[in-house]
Design a protein. Structure first.
Length: 421
């Protein structure tokens, strides 16, 4: 029997994302196809560095802070709060992580780094949830505040202390790395054979089991952990409802303010963990400017992933991989990726033509032809292009994926307690 409550009260369940969702089997086929195409490019260009074990290991290390920032953004935005302040929260994480790490050990630094980012999250929640300040304005203010605060504190805390300076902390001890014995060497040997597809898969897997930080394992575990909490628990259902329809959630007894606060504080803590990773694992010290926009790229990875943990992980991996080109064989590898990009654009144009999107298909094939001509007419790319590659990829991926995105309905919208009455 239908009750009055069933009829009159809105449902707590958030609306399902619109559009068709890619199944796991189809996703795996797409990834395999992309890897096969990359293998073809590697063989044609002889740029073995694009899929070797060292490249993949570096890409994983660079993807972790981006992924953690994106995961922080996901928590906040699923509760309806836009968190542009991820960059500042990462900065706080780098500073507090290194400050505590060189004094009391790296694991203490990790914990304090999380708390530093969570402090930024608490401030963002206080301003946006309690006082309803525009989320973008608050986030930008936190970024500026974090930069100014760390610049002021660094000379006081680091200068003249165990080799520190006004812009750099003393070194932090290593958290330690692990390598799977036997398997790592076997995959490296298989990667060195240069076989089609098999060697590329070996390079990818080898990067996951060679010189991996323990903190990387924790970061990877947070991806499925977030999915389980947000999509398989009552707590996650209530939190996501605050980002979809806070008025309906409040009418059913959900304390919307509390859940928004929790989400944004967790968001800041995850960004702080990403910052601590930069100043303890990626580099064993704090260095002014070392975040370098990763908070914004993490936000882009979250959008690319359609506000879902799995898609976010793929986006972080893509951006981490392109960022790693700066460190290993940059010019040669980026030049090889021009061919890969041209092939992907041409394949995309064919797909658009099949779907009868003729104008988009023509534009895409023209761009693909220009990229192919760039590859054929040069032997290398300028270093400036190598440095800009991660940011260019960020813009291209967001532009191509914009049509399938579906953000939480109440994301960034003002909310006052009692609106449901």
């Amino acid at each position: 029997m239908t009750t009055a409550t069933d009829v009159n009260q809105p449902s707590l369940q958030p609306a399902a994302p619109g559009g068709r969702r890619m199944s796991l089997a189809v996703l795996m086929l797409v990834i395999a196809g992309g890897l096969a195409l990359t293998s073809i490019v590697r063989i044609i260009t002889d740029a073995n560095g694009i899929t070797n074990v060292s490249q993949m290991s570096t890409a994983l290390q660079l993807a972790v802070p981006i992924g953690l920032a994106g995961l922080g953004g996901l928590w906040a935005e699923r509760a309806g709060v836009v968190n542009i302040g991820l960059e500042g929260m990462m900065i706080l994480g780098t500073w507090f992580g290194a400050w505590a790490g060189f004094q009391w050990g790296p694991w203490t630094g990790v914990v304090i780094g999380i708390l530093g980012g969570a402090l930024g999250g608490l401030l963002h929640a206080f301003v946006t949830v309690t006082f309803n300040v525009n989320h973008i304005v608050s986030g930008v203010a936190i970024n500026i505040l974090a930069l100014g605060a760390t610049r002021y504190l660094s000379p006081l805390a680091f200068e003249g202390n165990q080799g520190g300076s006004a812009k750099q902390s003393p070194p932090v001890d290593s958290l330690g790395h692990f390598t799977v014995p036997g398997l790592s060497d076997w995959l490296r040997d298989l990667n060195n054979e240069g076989w089609f597809f098999i060697s590329d898969v070996a390079g990818l897997l080898g990067g996951l089991v060679t010189n991996v930080s323990w903190l990387t394992l924790i970061a990877i575990a947070l991806i499925p952990g977030t999915w389980w909490v947000l999509w398989r628990t009552a707590f996650g259902l209530r939190l996501r409802s605050c980002g979809e329809n806070p008025v309906a959630a409040e009418s059913l007894g959900v304390n919307v303010y509390k859940y928004k606060y929790i989400a944004v504080i967790i968001s800041g803590g995850l960004a702080g963990l990403g910052g601590a990773f930069l100043s303890i694992v990626a580099n064993p010290f704090y260095l002014e400017g070392q975040v370098s926009g990763r908070g914004y790229i993490g936000l882009a990875a979250m959008i690319f992933g359609n506000w879902m943990p799995g898609g976010l992980a793929l986006g972080a991996g893509l951006f981490g991989y392109t960022d790693s080109l700066n460190l290993r064989g940059g010019s040669e590898n980026v030049h090889a990726l021009l061919l890969l990009g041209a092939l992907l654009l041409i394949i995309g144009a064919v797909w658009m033509a099949v779907r009868k999107k003729w104008i988009s298909a023509v534009i895409t094939v023209v761009i693909g032809a220009l990229v192919l001509a760039w590859y054929a007419g040069t032997n290398e790319v300028p270093n400036q292009v190598v440095s800009a590659t991660p940011y260019v990829i960020t813009l291209v991926v967001l532009a191509l994926s914009a049509q399938r995105l579906r953000m939480p309905k109440a994301d960034g919208l003002p909310y006052r307690k009692g609106q449901s009455t």
